[in-house]
Design a protein around this ligand. Structure first.
Ligand SMILES: Nc1ncnc2c1ncn2[C@@H]1O[C@H](COP(=O)(O)OP(=O)(O)O)[C@@H](O)[C@H]1O
Ligand SMILES: [Mg+2]
Length: 295
């Protein structure tokens, strides 16, 4: 094994460069889509939260999903990752349909996500949270029952991976603290570290930066970029336009459940529809109830 692959530091895949030939229109086909969805609808009572005609995410890219509060971003995440059922529509991950799969099974396929409100188990330690995340993903009951020695090997490997991830997210010193004692920002980091325990093909991050202090935001951004450079596909929801424009290979804009635009940062910055629907009116705090400022 070469030291290069050992370190997971392969040169950036060309995948995100291959977006250069893609026209910036809603529903645009990508050369190598890792995730595809068509006709995805989800309503709550009379409210259509998501109504996405077609969406493809290019493998190996950082794709941002943006849009005003209530646009349907979290709902779209939920239905794509099996945490909620779409009313109609189809989706496929790496060419295989995700129809009817639970969140747990979607994660086993290599598509993991984090939540806008963190789901860390506050009464367990940081390390226990990490190990539990791994266990949920490896089918330990079978292995544990029939081949305990394999399970012990697996446990040691999980622990090693957990240590490395906690180190990477600057949480190693907190490994034996209960997760409930972490700051909001640290919980976000723990959530992302947990998601990475299963070495996913794709990670979907719902507002990973919200409530994280600026220094940690910087390191989170670096982690996201390194994940992409290691070949992981990243789809993330974020409000900070500087962050989005700086880090994204591609941006998808959702408004009232629909994809109203997608393209490279430059396409989005200059898109009048986006400016009207979102950028021009963006002065509410994420999740703060959308109070208008100054009037
Ligand atoms: N479980 C639910 N029950 C009823 N309405 C919901 C539910 N989840 C989301 N909604 C509604 O769907 C719309 C989209 O919400 P959401 O997906 O959370 O938007 P975003 O993440 O873009 O802010 C909102 O109007 C929200 O109130
Ligand atoms: Mg949301």
């Amino acid at each position: 094994m070469s030291s290069e692959s050992m370190a997971g530091r392969m040169p950036a895949p060309e995948s995100h460069d291959r977006l250069s030939g893609v026209s910036p229109v809603p529903g645009a086909a990508k050369p190598d889509p890792v995730l595809r969805a068509s006709g995805v609808r989800r309503s709550f009572g009379g409210l259509t939260a998501v109504d996405v005609e077609h969406l493809e995410v290019q493998r190996g890219t950082i794709t941002a999903l943006i849009g005003p509060n209530g646009a349907g971003k979290s709902t779209l995440f939920n239905v794509l990752t099996g945490f909620d059922r779409m009313d109609s529509g189809v989706s496929a991950f790496q060419g295989r349909s995700l129809r009817g799969l639970s969140g747990h099974r979607v994660a086993r396929r290599g598509l993991v996500r984090t939540f806008q409100l963190t789901k860390a188990l506050t009464r367990l330690t940081v390390m226990e949270n990490m190990l539990l995340a791994a266990r949920g993903q490896t089918g330990e009951r079978m292995v544990g029952a029939f081949a305990p020695w394999i399970w012990r090997g697996q446990e040691a490997a999980n622990r090693e991976r957990a240590e490395a991830l906690l180190e990477r997210f600057r949480l190693a010193h907190m490994r034996d603290e209960i997760a409930g004692s972490l700051s909001g920002g640290q919980r976000k980091l723990l959530e992302m570290a947990r998601a990475l325990m299963s070495e996913p093909t794709m990670i979907m991050l719902d507002e990973p930066m919200a409530g994280v202090n600026p220094v940690l935001v910087q390191s989170l951004l670096e982690h996201i970029t390194s994940l992409r450079d290691e070949g992981v596909s990243v789809l993330f929801v974020e409000h900070d336009m500087d962050v989005i424009m700086g880090i994204s290979d591609w941006i998808v804009v959702l408004a009232e459940g629909r994809v109203i635009a997608e393209g490279r940062p430059d396409d989005i910055r200059s898109n009048q529809q986006v400016i009207d629907a979102y950028l021009g009116t963006q002065h509410d705090e994420p999740g703060a109830g959308g109070a208008e400022e100054g009037r």
